[in-house]
Design a protein around this ligand. Structure first.
Ligand code: SF4
Ligand code: SF4
Length: 336
């Protein structure tokens, strides 16, 4: 099962839910992988405290022009949709920060004056999540090697997935961590997100923590998910950005449900909107001081608050039930 967690507005608690859903899934014994695609500002690690075992650079190919071969024909400038390659007088100039690495300019160059060189834009970090047992003591260990092999990220999972031993050796749980991190001063998140998503599991549960907003990085993060959870809050800003997110993301034909965080503040607009659009509300999580306190300590709510964990369990059960009723390939039918 591939679950994407997104939100129109930032700060609604999206990462909190992504982390808690991953945690509860792992505690149920599901093979679980948390993938942080909020590459400009990944923060799931603050709560999950992974032991990072590997870091893989992400690069895109950008053009390099051999002036000796260039005839100044201008074809490269004409094809580039991003103004990343241009001409000043007879000289070709490349703006690496604007280049999307599409390869178009090299393809059209009639004299093969353009070669491609890698430009690093970020990293994928991989690690193991060490969960504490019910007594609070860490009991995690790696049974089959620390690193997630990068040679074939989709195929390698079975052999090298670390085993996390949760409850004093009685329960075996697969739970690991991937995050994309964009380098400072970079502006293109999508190539890093695309790379991070290569680590989505074929089997088991993958939790993709998408960036906020409704732009390309969100679309790339959510694309291919079995189910999309949109986290919002019942405020005018939350409502406005939820509407934008629903209108954008429903184009992807992914079944979706809504989580209302900080329930009890604000107004009823989100509820009315969901009712009118036939969007299922998967949970209403209260606006309470004790939740804010656990959060502010960087702790996992489902581990510290049993009733919170029950709400996440129920949310997960609802998603699984909805997916089981979903005709394969059908459009947003759940809750309709
Ligand atoms: S690789 Fe694509 S985006 Fe980059 S300069 Fe060439 S045409 Fe433009
Ligand atoms: S397409 Fe090739 S030959 Fe033409 S201007 Fe660009 S680099 Fe020079």
């Amino acid at each position: 099962m591939k679950l994407a967690i997104a939100s129109g507005k930032g700060g609604t608690g999206k990462t909190t839910f992504a982390v808690n859903i991953a945690y509860v899934s792992a505690m149920r014994g599901e093979r679980t992988r948390y993938i942080d695609c909020d590459v400009e500002e990944p923060n799931g690690h603050i709560f999950l405290q992974p032991h990072i075992t590997d870091s893989v650079p992400v690069a895109i190919p950008i053009p390099e022009v051999d002036e000796a071969l260039c005839t100044s024909c201008g074809e490269c400038k004409r094809i580039c949709q991003y103004s990343a390659i241009t001409m000043i007088l007879d000289k070709v100039i490349v703006f690496p920060e604007l280049c999307h690495g599409c390869g178009g300019c090299a393809l059209v160059c009639p004299t093969n004056a353009i070669s491609e060189v890698p430009r690093e834009m970020g990293v994928i970090e991989k690690g193991i999540i060490h969960l504490a047992g019910s007594d609070g003591a860490s009991s995690a260990q790696s049974a089959s090697g620390d690193a997630i092999d990068d040679s074939n990220p989709v195929q390698e999972q079975t052999e090298t997935m670390p085993v996390v031993d949760l409850q004093a050796g009685t329960e075996k749980v697969f739970f690991d961590f991937v995050q994309g991190k964009m380098n400072i001063k970079e502006s293109l998140a999508v190539p890093i997100i695309r790379k991070a998503k290569e680590y989505v599991l074929d089997e088991g549960v993958s939790i993709v923590d998408a960036p906020p907003g409704t732009s390309c990085p969100v679309i790339e993060s959510v694309r291919g998910a079995d189910f999309l959870i949109l986290v919002t809050e019942p405020t005018p800003f939350g409502f406005n950005d939820l509407k934008l997110a629903v209108e954008t993301l429903e184009q992807l034909d992914i079944p979706m449900g809504i989580v209302i965080n900080r329930y009890g503040m604000g107004n009823e607009e989100v509820e009315k909107f969901c009712s009118e659009r036939g969007l299922p509300i998967l949970g209403r999580f209260p606006f309470e001081r004790r939740i804010a306190e656990v959060y502010s300590r960087g702790e996992i709510l489902s581990r510290e608050l049993p009733d919170y964990r029950e709400m996440i369990e129920s949310l997960l059960d609802d998603v699984i039930a909805m997916l089981s009723r979903q005709p394969s390939g059908g459009k947003r039918g759940v809750g309709d």
